[in-house]
Design a protein around this ligand. Structure first.
Ligand SMILES: Cc1ncc(COP(=O)(O)O)c(C=O)c1O
Length: 446
């Protein structure tokens, strides 16, 4: 199809996610290789955000592509009530990478479905309704997942589509501590307050959290936070769900972010990097103890595409590729370089309030006023469709052929783990230049 015609058809007939529908002017992506993609005019783009923090293996991985073709030829689909070889092989491979004790698996086709299953399992297993979550969080678009989401995407569906029972706990976000405290004198009040909440709440099934918060700012918890949350949830008999849809598969330099703190959740969810986004797969992993709750009890969940063989075979190849290419070590090594370079960049941009990161997962937080840490924009600005400074920086980068995700008042730098040092340097040079757009607005009341 002629590129202009293709763009016109898509624009006129498709919904675009999480924004006003008017004024959508997408790029027509025609091909991709490694950390790069091209549009219909032949313009090349470096991807500094792995599309949506998902293409950890980059594009064109021949082993994953071969696994897709093999699986399609051999057995493309079987109903979820059947066992398949793909199911067995992936289950065995998962046993070698997941945190100890997470050895019962439910497969779906997205992150939100993985969380939907986790929440239903937690509620059914415990007989309780409430779920503790945190404001700076995103857990997915479907009913239960969006209801435990803290960010603006929940506000946009309230109150009509909200599942009742979410209780919000404080964020572990030192740059904007909800208690106005400073680490370590704070005594990790954000964790201790959860103890207080659980003492005074009733009917709580689980606490769900992103061990490293993704879209909402790449928030890395202080070292005591997650182990303490694990202790507190155990003490109160509340299940801990780690949402690792974005933070897993080498993104932070480990298979899973919880591995950094040696924390074992009762339920772990993941998607995205599990296949490097070559095929859509979601995973809900639980302990045997959680699974045992349903041994003689009806398990109230399922999908036609649960354990779809075409999603499982390629995940085995993806796991082998993370190992063969040494991508966890590479993410740790290049992540240190990335953070060092971002700190250098911060030094000569008044609009950069904080940079933070772990592995190849970093955020650049933009502020109108460094002294008061005033963000350029708020969630309300985004819902209202007002122009956002972070989006303007990302647009300036795109013009120069570098794609980087922006969200409210920060940028998420999370390239494919196969990114080369030269590519990273090029992406950061372009980011450095584009930050002039934000610098020019510093001190401007908006
Ligand atoms: C932490 C987290 N959980 C859940 C989701 C939802 O995943 P999906 O978009 O595949 O439904 C996302 C998506 O970005 C995410 O980052």
């Amino acid at each position: 199809m002629d590129p202009d015609e293709a763009l016109r058809v898509v624009r006129e007939t498709n919904y675009v996610t999480w924004r006003r529908q008017g004024g959508w002017d997408p790029i027509l992506v025609t091909r991709a290789e490694g950390s790069r993609f091209w549009d219909s005019s032949g313009k090349e783009y470096l991807d500094l955000s792995s599309q949506l923090m998902a293409t950890n293996l980059g594009h064109g991985n021949e082993r994953v592509i071969a696994a897709i073709a093999d699986q399609a030829r051999h057995l493309a689909y079987a109903a979820p009530g059947f066992a398949t070889e793909a199911r067995a092989t992936l289950s065995r491979a998962l046993g070698g990478v997941l945190p100890k004790g997470l050895n019962r698996y439910f497969f779906s086709t997205s992150g939100t479905e993985a969380n939907e299953a986790a929440l239903k399992i937690a509620r059914a297993a415990t007989g309780h309704q409430k779920v503790l979550s945190r404001y700076r969080s995103y857990h997915g678009a479907t009913a239960a997942s969006i209801s435990v989401t803290g960010d603006l995407r929940r506000k946009a569906i309230e109150p009509l589509q909200k599942v009742p029972g979410t209780v919000f706990a404080p964020d572990c976000y030192c740059y904007r501590c909800p208690f106005g405290l400073t680490y370590p004198d704070c005594g990790v009040a954000c964790a201790e307050y959860v103890d207080y909440q659980l003492e005074h709440e009733s009917d709580v099934a689980a606490m769900i959290l992103e061990p490293v918060v993704g879209t909402n700012g790449v928030l890395i918890p202080v070292p005591e936070y997650l182990p303490r949350i694990r202790e507190i949830t155990k003490k109160h008999g509340v299940l801990l769900i780690a949402d690792e849809v974005m933070s897993a598969w080498g993104r932070v330099g480990e298979w899973f972010a919880v591995d950094h703190w040696k924390v074992q959740p009762d339920i772990l969810t993941t998607a995205k990097g599990i296949t490097g986004a070559y095929v859509p797969l979601g995973l809900t992993a639980t302990t045997a103890a959680v699974h045992d709750e349903f041994r003689d009890r009806y398990f109230p969940h399922g999908h036609t595409y649960e354990a779809h063989p075409l999603t499982l075979g390629p995940a085995v190849a993806a796991i082998e590729e993370y190992r063969r290419l040494g991508l966890l070590e590479k993410s740790r090594r290049e992540g240190e370089y990335l953070l060092r370079r971002l700190r250098e960049i911060q030094e000569h941009h008044v609009s950069v309030g904080e940079v933070r990161g772990m592995g190849l997962f970093a955020a650049v937080e933009l502020v109108r006023d460094r002294a008061h840490r005033t963000p350029f924009n708020t969630e309300e600005d985004k819902i209202a469709g007002r122009p956002l400074v972070a989006d303007q920086v990302a647009a300036a980068m795109l013009k120069e052929g570098v794609f980087c995700v922006s969200w409210v008042s920060h940028l998420v730098v999370a390239p494919p783990l196969i990114v080369t040092r030269e590519e990273l340097d090029h992406g950061l040079e372009v980011l450095d230049r584009a930050l002039a757009v934000a610098d020019a607005k510093v001190g401007n009341p908006g």
